[in-house]
Design a protein around this ligand. Sequence first.
Ligand SMILES: *Cc1c(COP(=O)(O)O)cnc(C)c1O
Length: 402
Amino acid sequence: MQVTRSTFNEVMVPNYNPAEMVPVRGEGARVWDQNDIEYIDFAGGIAVNVLGHCHPELVKVLAEQGAKLWHLSNVFTNEPALRLAKKLVDATFADKVYFANSGAEANEAALKLARRYALDHFGEEKDQIIAFAKGFHGRTFFTVTVGGQPAYSDGFGPKPGAVMHCEYNNLDALKELISDRTCAVMMEPMQGEGGIIVPDPAFVKGVRELCDQHNALLIFDEVQSGMGRTGKLYEYMNLGVTPDILTTAKSLGGGFPVGAMLTTDKISASLKPGTHGSTYGGNPLACAVAEKVFDIVNNPEILDGVAHKEALFRKILGQINEKYDVFSEIRGKGMLLGCALNEKYKGRAKDFMTAANAEHLMCLIAGMDVIRFAPSLLITDEEITEGLARFERGIAKVLANS
Ligand SMILES: *Cc1c(COP(=O)(O)O)cnc(C)c1O
C-alpha cells in the first residue's frame, strides 16, 4: 500500500500538522525519509531517543524480550519490571516505583497519590495543588489542568478543581499562594515545553522549604529533564534538592513508551491495592528496553560526555549568532538546549525550524520564541558540527526572505 504525507490529511485526526517529509528509518542521530534523503536529528523524538535511533543493544534486547514475553497485566509481576525498579530505587532518593506508559500517566499517578496522601494524613481540606505558569505535565485532563498553559486546557468543559498557578522562578509568588491547604507543588526542575527555562537554584531550594513548612509534597516532573539529558541521571541531583515524588518518561524508554513515578516508602503507602492502576504499566517488553537504556546511560563516561557536547553546541551557536544576531540567549543544560530568539525575530521559531528542516536538520521549538535541541546523548562531534552547519543555512534563508 502506497502512503504519503497527504494520506495523513485523509485518515488522521487533525490535531497534528506533521512535516512534509515522512521518515522511514533511523540510525544513531540520523534519519532517512521516503526519498532516502538523510537528516541529522537534533529533535530526538522530542527528548525521547536518548541513545539515538535503533541503538544495537536496544534492538537486541527488544528482539530477545519480544521472543520471550510481551505482556502479562499487573495480575502478575515480571522480571524486567522488578530489575528496572530495583535499579531506579538504588540510583535515586526513591524507595518505591510505579510504572506507567507515558509521562502524562506518570504525572496523573503522582497527582492522585499526592491527593490521597493528604487525605490519609491531614483530611479532605488539604486538596490544593500549586503548579507554575508555562509548565507542562501532559495532556490528560488532570495533568493538562495542572500544566500552566490555559490554551491547552481550555475548551473541554469543567476542569478538575483546587489547582492554582503562579509564576515560575518567583518565590514570593509561591509564598503568597501556598498554605496548609496545599497538598502538593508540582514543577519541572527545568521547564521544557515552556521555553527551556532553567530555574535559579535558590528558587528551587526555596520551593522545597515552603513545601516542608506547609506539609506539602514536592513533585518534580522530570519527564523531559531526566535520564541523563542534563549530565546527571536526574536534574534534581544537579540542583541538590530532593523531591517527594519524581516522574520520569520520555528518555526512560529511549523510544519505547514507558513512564514511572518514584517516591518514598511512607508516601507510597497511600496507593493501597486497588487505588490506581494501568493495564500495560510495567509490561516486560517496555521494562526490558528501559532497563537497557538505564544500564547504558547511568555510567560516568556517557553522563560526563554530555558537558563536552553541550560546550560544542554553545561554541558553534555563539559563532552563528555573531554572524546573524538572531538569539538573545542560548539556554538549557546538556542535551536539552534552547536558542531564544531576540526581539527582532520574536514569535518566529517555527520559521527557523521549517527552514532547518528544508536543510535536512530535524529540530524542535519550545513556544513561539525558542528553537529547541534535544538530540541523542551519543551524537558525535561531527554530527553536531554538520547539523549546526545545516541550521546556519536555514537561518541565512530565513533572514534573506524577511
Ligand atoms: C512530554 C512531557 C510530558 C508528557 O509526556 P507524554 O509521554 O507525552 O504523556 C509531561 N511532562 C513533561 C515535563 C514533558 O516534557
